[in-house]
Design a protein around this ligand. Structure first.
Ligand code: ADP
Ligand code: MG
Length: 564
């Protein structure tokens, strides 16, 4: 196994590599952020493993990343003393794209570089960004706790193949040597690298060090031992106070924890003291991930205990309908040995979950109030997931209801941008219900014959066409004391909104039409439950109505599709 072997990349990896180099060309400096980010993750992983096995530190617990430049050789090297990788891990992590959604991703590619670059952002192809500036990359690594002869050397020139062999490596961790392309030699400049690190990696919790620049012309005979210099702030960002952290730092930290290339929409950073003691930093992404509806899609927060990384995707801290939230929770109460099983049983986690849920809902409420346009972007991406909320989180349904946005007959457009509060503000005198119609798509809803009488009377109706809408309405039931009423169901009672005169003429019509109703009932027989006179139509002669206590048409289709 120690011998040298040449292997081909997985096809998808090759395609991604190619795409990456081209679409990220205008933002080449991010390669450094990605590599430093990986080094920091590797340090986190080692710290976590060392909680159980202190020997993994091999006497060196000062975790750091080192960036060095060799102008003559035209190389930049990023080394860490983190957890390192075994030979198999190198092949797995650098030779394949082991992410489950790769196929789905490739299908979504449009050929439009700008759009595709955004897609790339959702895929943690971080390491490959090396090839934006390098035409050859050499990785040497040795896993913590393994013997020096278990080192691995991986080399790739960005084409179809990579070479891998076992080597002797005394120091633990990973070293990435980039052979810089001739058109990227601007990055061989020391000051340039420093400023990039400062810009993108200041929030990284471990020191990023470079060698101090030697002053020219000083004592030439005995050049002093070159000194190290720490470039970044090197404290876990969430432990700093809000006033000390700039928006840019918050945004960069988001990219580090979420593996997203885009800025977040908003965030909330809080320290909680008292019975429970923890810090949270929660972000709302600007764009829904491709696997938002995939049951196995990654979700949850990064969990730290007293600044030691414990796990990614800790899903116990937020309900499912807030699964798009990214961020960090750092607890001072939990044990370093905490596991997913323990998290599931710990009642303190329930209190944290309640509090964090409230934080997210408050953050969204604030966004909706202060930056309605930004909120609309959020709603367009994540609205359907929020609609799962009232069913999952009954206690917060009123708060969630205020966040909902719908298409309605008020605008008659398919934009889902009207809140229930706005609807209530426009209600007619005597109206005590919120009316809605649900259909498969917006046009069917908008052209439903059930709407005729409402349009005539100028009563607003919500136009629902999302798959989850029936589910949402059956759990929401009312808002601000007004029941949500499906106008496609049951007997229509416009209550106080029909004048005495209208009521009288309706009764007369009912009386005179009774023979007709009886005849229709006879003809249709068992096919219908009941035939009755309606006042809900003004143009169409007849329509089919679902009884009040039965499932809506949409819900029925949903269950049929699910094979019920
Ligand atoms: P991501 O960071 O989103 O997982 P990357 O492409 O940046 O994706 O890295 C791929 C994988 O390679 C990482 O998940 C990690 O397992 C491994 N890796 C990359 N860099 C290092 C490193 N410096 N030390 C240890 N493992 C690393
Ligand atoms: Mg990465």
């Amino acid at each position: 196994e120690a011998q040298k072997e040449t292997r081909g990349f997985q096809t998808e990896a090759k395609q991604l590599l190619h795409l990456m180099i081209h679409s990220l060309y205008s933002n080449r400096e991010i390669f450094l952020r990605e590599l430093v980010s990986n080094a920091s993750d590797a340090a986190d992983k080692l710290r976590f493993a060392a909680v159980k096995d202190d020997a993994l530190y091999e006497g060196d617990a000062d975790l750091q990343v080192r960036v060095s430049v060799d102008k003559d050789a035209k190389t930049i090297t990023i080394s860490d003393n983190g957890v390192g990788m075994t030979r198999d891990e190198v092949i797995e992590n650098l030779g394949t794209i082991a992410k489950s959604g790769t196929a789905a991703f490739m299908e979504q590619l449009t050929g439009d570089d700008k759009k595709d670059a955004q897609l790339i952002g959702q895929f943690g192809v971080g390491f490959y960004s090396s090839f934006i500036v390098a035409d050859k990359v050499v990785v040497t690594t040795r896993k913590a706790g393994q013997a020096a002869d278990q080192g691995v050397r991986w080399e790739c020139d960005g084409e179809a193949e990579f070479e891998i062999e076992n080597i002797e490596k005394t120091s633990r961790g990973t070293s990435i040597e980039l052979h810089i392309k001739s058109d990227a030699d601007e990055f061989l400049d020391d000051w340039r690298l420093r400023s990039i690190i400062k810009k993108y990696s200041d929030h990284i919790a471990i020191p990023v060090v470079m060698q101090k620049q030697q002053a020219v012309g000083e004592d030439e005979e005995t050049p002093a031992e070159p000194e190290d210099e720490v470039i970044n702030t090197a404290t876990a960002m969430w432990t700093r106070s809000r006033s000390e952290v700039s928006d840019d730092e918050y945004k960069e930290f988001y990219k580090h924890v979420s593996h997203d290339y885009e800025d977040p929409l908003t965030w909330s950073h809080n320290r909680v003291e008292g019975k429970l003691d923890y810090t949270s930093l929660l972000y709302i992404p600007a764009r829904a991930p491709y696997d938002l509806y995939n049951r196995d899609g990654a979700r949850g927060l990064k969990l730290y205990v007293q600044r030691t990384f414990i796990m990614d995707d800790a899903e116990q801290f937020l309900p499912l309908y807030l699964r798009f939230v990214k961020g960090v929770v750092d607890s001072n109460d939990l044990s370093l040995n905490v596991s997913r099983e323990i998290l599931q049983k710990d009642p303190n986690i329930d209190s944290m979950r309640t509090a964090l849920t409230k934080r997210v809902l408050d953050m969204l409420t604030k966004l909706a109030k202060n930056e309605p346009e930004q909120y609309q972007l959020f709603w367009n991406q994540f609205g359907e997931v929020i609609k799962e909320g009232p069913a999952e989180d009954f206690a917060n349904r009123e708060k969630i209801a205020k966040l909902l946005r719908f298409a309605t007959t008020h605008t008659d457009s398919d934009a889902k941008d009207q809140s229930l509060d706005e609807y209530i503000g426009r209600m007619q005198e005597g109206q005590d219900k919120i009316y809605y119609i649900a259909a498969d798509n917006h046009n069917t809803a908008k052209n439903s014959p059930h709407l005729e009488v409402f349009r005539k009377k100028g009563i607003e109706v919500l136009l629902l066409s999302d798959r989850v809408d029936d589910w949402l309405m059956s759990h929401l039931m009312e808002f601000d004391g007004k029941s949500l009423t499906d106008i496609g169901k049951g007997e229509l009672d416009l209550g106080g909104m029909d004048s005495e005169e209208e009521k009288k003429s309706q009764e007369e019509v009912a009386e005179s039409m009774k023979p007709l109703v009886d005849r229709v009932q006879k003809v249709l027989g068992e096919k219908v439950a009941e035939v009755r006179i309606t006042h809900r139509l003004t143009d169409s002669p007849a329509c089919v109505v679902v009884p009040e206590n039965e499932m809506g048409a949409q819900m029925r289709r949903l269950l049929e599709q699910a094979g019920q």
